[in-house]
Design a binder for this molecule. Sequence first.
Ligand code: PLP
Length: 868
Amino acid sequence: MIHSASVKSSQDNQQLNDSLVEHEILRTNHRTGMSVADLKQAFLDNLFYDQGKFPALATQRDYYMALAYTVRDRLLQRWNHTAATYTEQGSRTVAYFSAEFLMGPQLGKNLNSLGIYNQVQTAITELGLDFEVMLAEEAEPGLGNGGLGRLAACYLDSLATLEIPSLGYGIRYEFGIFQQDLQDGWQVEKTDKWLRLGNPWELKRPEWEVEVKFGGHTDTYIDDKGCYGVRWIPDQVVSGIPYDTPILGYQTATANTLRLWTAEAPESFNFESFNSGDYLGAVYEKVISENISKVLYPNDDSSQGKQLRLTQQYFFVACSLQDMLRILLGQGFPLEKFADKFAVQLNDTHPAIAVVELMRLFVDEHHLGWEQAWSITQRTFGYTNHTLLPEALERWPVELFEHLLPRHLQLIYEINHRFIDEVRIKFPGDEARLTRLSLIDETGERSIRMAHLACVGSHTINGVAALHTELLKQDVLQDFYAMYPHKFQNKTNGVTPRRFMVLSNPKLTDLITTKIGDQWIRSLEQLQQLEVFTDDPPFQDSWREVKLNCKRELAVLIQQQTGIIVDPNSMFDILIKRFHEYKRQHLKVLHIIALYNRIKANPDIDITPRTFIFGGKAAPGYWMAKLIIKLINSVADVVNRDPDVRGRLKVVFMKNFSVKLAQHLYPAADLSEQISTAGKEASGTGNMKFALNGALTVGTLDGANVEIREQVGAENFFLFGLTTEQIYEMRSKGYDPQTYYQSNPELKLAIDRISSGFFSSGDTEVFKSLTDSLLYHDPYFLLADFQSYLNIQEQVDLAFRDTARWTQMSVLNVARAGIFSSDRAIQEYCDQIWNIKPTKVKLPFSNSQESPDAPTNSKQISTAGKIN
Ligand SMILES: *Cc1c(COP(=O)(O)O)cnc(C)c1O
């Protein structure tokens, strides 16, 4: 056990300590009690004392805030005990470094974690207020683009639930991912002012402010012991201020921390300029500093190479590492124990500069020798790769580095020099290999390869699905695999069942729980126990009833948002994810057009009625992705209005796809569309959320689809399309989309209808770049996969008509998808990468699950907030 500074100081003050314990017992009922009466009292207190309102003046926002503070008080109790336990025990800690955390709304999640959903709902209702409206009031913290940021959020949930000491480190963007609006079918972006009305879940910690340097130059010096050293003389210094959000595990006492950094100027005013009368000049520096954490870059799977982005990356990494040193030294550990105290995971290369920054802290600021510093650094970091797309691999021009981080460039050269020597020893005389492996790309403008830096500086490199890891070894990182085969591991992604089942699909949760108890919520493999009920007719009826209910609720939401009326008895065929050509939303559009054309050619044709639902954002600078959104809306306009099609096909685009919206979509799906070009999607997690909510998948052998199919059984999965190998082969032989276009009349008609202006009031120009791309390049092989996709969709149509069989497949998907829990993924990271074990946190006295009025299990679960 380590005696930390803070423990000592509180021990010194025995009197305060005793008073705090006494006070905690006294206030338990008023401030943190879980009974309906306590909750009502606390809510009214918070309305009065925190919002400063009496009921006649209070707005919905005040009610939401008062409730959020009521919940927060109960989180804080656990949070403080967790922090005290970790400090006392000096627990080994995971630091999850991520430029994005897509957390989703916190209120409902925290109510479920605390186990007080039902009591709070009752308390609020008894006060005559609308609980659902209160939930819907919460602004989503959209601090991520898509899968990568959401993965980070699921992992924090699992870390806390598995009682693993951990910190999430990232950036508190003032503006998160833009709000997506539609004008005439085109995406329009609006700033996401998520903090405008305040964020009740965070606590500012100005006392842990740190400074971050930028620019300038370096200098050498000889110290009093005659040792050579390097000094970095920056030309700008920025303050990093941490804001903490508690992350409570599911019905545990563990509350970990998400620590996000905001950039501020160290002095509000530059007094030199101020005194000389240059008032605007004086505040200029403040404005420049604050820009760093102003806005999230809205690109998913592509790197723009902008200076501000590198500034953001270095900023949060430098803040976090300093913070970790403060914790380490504060708990009485020596510097040399850094890698024993912390396991740092790099979520993609966005935080990869941490490798160099930690070396700089050790070597320049704490005067460790290079070898020792490097050994600690390598033992600290693990690197998760998230992509197979070349355009997503981060490269920063050497010139930019020299300008922004001059000392880091020198250190990178030194790291590279030593690495290249290592390669020479392993592969003598192989000059081409040195060029390929170097941290510096010398072709064209010289640049730093961040993935190479991450590979060299980490003890472990992992992919995020079995296929992805294999492709990293064989292709993207093959030279690193040859160099360090022992570093490579696979960690297939997972999702948290607490948010994506319990919170968002309470009726399914209750149905499952009545059959197999509630332990599956923490041990998702237990869903296997559902298999014995697969063919049980009353269970099947209940299962269908649950799905129909979700679809009805979504139908209401669709009508509110779009005015479109959809039939909950039709098949809900859903494609929701970021817009990207490799994800092939336009293949889905070709399918819809082909069905439409079949109906037009033969109005009596027997087609299974479907509602096609799309959602997702396009990067604002990604023209083709935006054009695909426009195409969907144009096709929707024609199809939804055509009387020949009535009752058979509906096309809906739900704008502003987010976690909040996602929670209404995954549960309502019959069919999950996972149709990326094989070899392009690293894993996908949307595919897992759908399967766990009883949707069947139509998909390619890509990412985690491969493993989903293995788990649920080939007979319960609709497979189509070329394999990765076939795609590689076709590309190497010279792929010509024209051969498919010319020989397939349905394909030709579908594309011709787009070109002819049929969906664009005669405008033959608007979609030309899209059709030209398909006809003359088709880099994602839509035309090659088109017929296979149409064929499998006919199988889907037939299967959906056999209700009993479909239900059986749906149950089997849920029963066999338990492995895709983020708990399983995090357990693997703990055992195989981080070498870390749980630290139990105990409340000093129980007012939690065991208290007499506390709920017993899933009955406290209810719906997620409505969408505004
Ligand atoms: C799960 C999720 C994603 C990732 O979806 P994929 O289909 O795996 O690309 C993106 N955005 C949100 C809001 C999500 O919940």
